[in-house]
Design a binder for this molecule. Structure first.
Ligand code: G4P
Length: 536
């Protein structure tokens, strides 16, 4: 063990152990922002509700992306929110939704150690939640489910949990149970702690739970009335019968998702959620690289870029690269190796994110996110280290959902266009696929807004003009096979739909779900992947 760690290795390990880096994922309007705020309130990181909300991208009906970009600029501050709670350092990573839903949102999930999934009790599992949970499931990220808006009429709890298991393809285990719902909401029973939290519509205050010895305790009748007590006893008995016993290992391995019920707006059920989270959520885990597994407590610093925020003002072309620290201690003004470029870089003003403000950071630990000012050195997935040439895995590209041909509108500016596309793709704004057979380029994005953003930025930052043309593509599938023969035949027959991604990997641009099924039937030895990284 060398230099910076040796003196203080206990506290370095403590720093790692006390970190909880996670994201809240949900469909827009389920209550992610509200819940985030309440968590910050508990952490004392903000004093009043509304502080995070005001930074949120407004639900603009317009597709005026400049306005959204302006708001996005403000929301850099909420990209990562760190706060302290009961000796733990909690980092919440924001997963943009609404109109700013993009690949960024997916990629943020590659930098977290766990997630909380928020579901609206009335709406159930919605589209964006499904997409985000797919990524988490693939990565075996531990997930806690929070069923929100219990103060409103919603679906029956058992039905809803069935829906969650089916649509999200996960196994759940309720750790709390609602007593009534909507207007009849009386409270929540904490199955784990065996206490009852009575519901009070109260937007700020925190109420203490009333302890009952067990469900047979006659105190239950006094607190919630005879009828509710009876129903609760029956339902909890059923819960214990239907769902497996909760084991933390099953949660940590991504096999079981504990479920809590509450109302974020009423700060109800939130403390139970947070306390359980503090208890069971994982601290930073080892990271996989192509070369070896990196443990967080290794003394040498390593980290990777998972998000780049570009300033769209051409007069201020600075970018902020978000780096997740995987091992060691990051220090300000210290030389680190930019592995892809093979050059040393040091950072005079790295940024830490605490609640709703940014501040200069002297050092940061595994699990932390830092913001590095960048003039174009970084692209998504880049590694920083103290000299070791490693490449982190698990930062794949995800199949885009919308596709368009990109065409040059100004033949005099083709160089500028190529450079612009190249850099925007490095930032992770969208993905480019080149179809050799047609000699055309396709841009794929997750949200429709990105096309406007790209066009605008190409013009204003690179002086290039582009035009979009429709292309009927449903999905991009990275393909692989041990059967060279089939691979070759497939690529030949499907030449019009075969593209190369930016790293030169084979991608099948399928025009419908049907064509993937067909292809799979015809070429059984071919594998179709919806992310660029896969285990063969
Ligand atoms: P999001 O970040 O997931 O998009 O959701 P957000 O927290 O903004 O919540 C969406 C709407 O749902 C907000 O109402 C919010 O107040 C409301 N909400 C959140 N949690 C609860 C809850 O537990 N119960 C009820 N009844 N409502 C809840 P809004 O009218 O869109 O915004 P606002 O103008 O009231 O802030």
């Amino acid at each position: 063990m060398s230099h910076h760690q040796s003196l203080n290795s206990m506290s370095f390990q403590d720093e790692i152990n006390r970190r909880r880096t996670f994201a809240i994922v949900s469909h827009p309007d389920a209550g992610k922002t509200t819940l985030t705020e309440k968590l910050l309130l508990f952490g004392g990181a903000i004093q009043v509700a509304g502080a995070v909300k005001s930074n949120k991208i407004k639900k603009t009906a317009t597709s005026d992306f400049m306005e959204i970009e302006r708001q996005r600029g403000i929301s850099v501050a909420t990209s990562v929110m760190g706060f302290e709670y009961q000796g733990k350092k909690i980092n919440i990573l924001d997963t943009p939704g609404h109109k700013d839903f993009a690949e960024d949102t997916f990629r943020t999930l590659t930098a977290v150690d766990s997630v909380i999934v928020v579901i609206d009790v009335a709406k159930g599992v919605e589209e964006q939640t499904e997409k985000l949970v797919n990524v988490c499931r693939m990565r075996k990220t531990p997930m806690i489910v929070f069923i929100n808006k219990l103060d409103r009429p919603g679906k029956d709890a058992f039905d809803l949990l069935d829906e969650v298991e089916q649509k999200l393809n996960i196994k759940v285990r309720p750790l709390s149970w609602p007593i009534g719902m909507g207007r009849d909401l009386k409270g929540v029973y904490n199955i784990f702690e065996q206490d009852v939290h009575l519901f009070e519509a109260d937007k700020q205050r925190v109420t203490e739970g009333i302890k009952v010895e067990n469900l047979a305790d006659s105190k239950l009748e006094e607190i919630i009335g005879e009828d509710s007590a009876e129903v609760l006893r029956e339902e909890v008995e059923l819960v214990d019968g239907v769902y497996p016993e909760f084991k933390v290992e099953d949660y940590l391995s991504g096999d079981i998702c504990p479920v809590f019920f509450g109302s974020a707006l009423n700060t109800f059920g939130v403390k139970e959620l947070l306390d359980a989270f503090i208890d069971i959520a994982p601290s930073p885990k080892p990271s996989t690289t192509e070369e070896r597994v990196i443990a967080p407590n290794e003394d040498k610093f390593t980290g990777f870029v998972f998000k780049i925020h570009a300033n769209m003002d051409p007069n201020h072309r600075n970018r902020l690269a978000f780096v997740k620290i995987c091992s060691g201690t990051f220090k300000r003004n210290t030389n680190y190796l930019h592995v892809r470029h093979g050059k040393q870089l040091k950072f005079a003003s790295p940024t830490a994110f605490m609640a709703d403000k940014k501040s200069l950071v002297e050092e940061a630990f595994p699990g932390d996110i830092i913001g590095l000012h960048d003039s174009g050195n970084f692209k998504i997935g880049d590694t920083l280290s103290e000299g070791e040439k490693i490449h982190f895995k698990g930062i794949p590209s995800f199949s885009p959902e919308q596709f368009k041909y990109i065409e040059n509108e100004d033949p005099m500016k083709s160089k500028q266009l190529a450079k612009g596309i190249d850099q925007l793709m490095d930032e992770g704004v969208a993905q480019m696929f080149y179809i050799p057979f047609l000699n055309r380029k396709v841009i794929g994005t997750v949200g429709a807004l990105q096309f406007e953003v790209i066009q605008y930025r190409l013009e204003h930052e690179y002086g290039a003009k582009c035009r979009w043309e429709p292309v009927p593509i449903h999905k991009a599938c990275w393909i692989s096979s041990d059967n060279e023969e089939q691979l070759k035949d497939f690529k030949y027959k499907k030449a019009r739909n075969m593209a190369e991604d930016k790293e030169g990997r084979d991608v099948f641009l399928a025009d419908s779900p049907y064509s993937i099924t067909m292809a799979q039937d015809k070429y059984p030895d071919l594998k179709f992947h919806t992310t660029s990284e896969f285990e063969d």
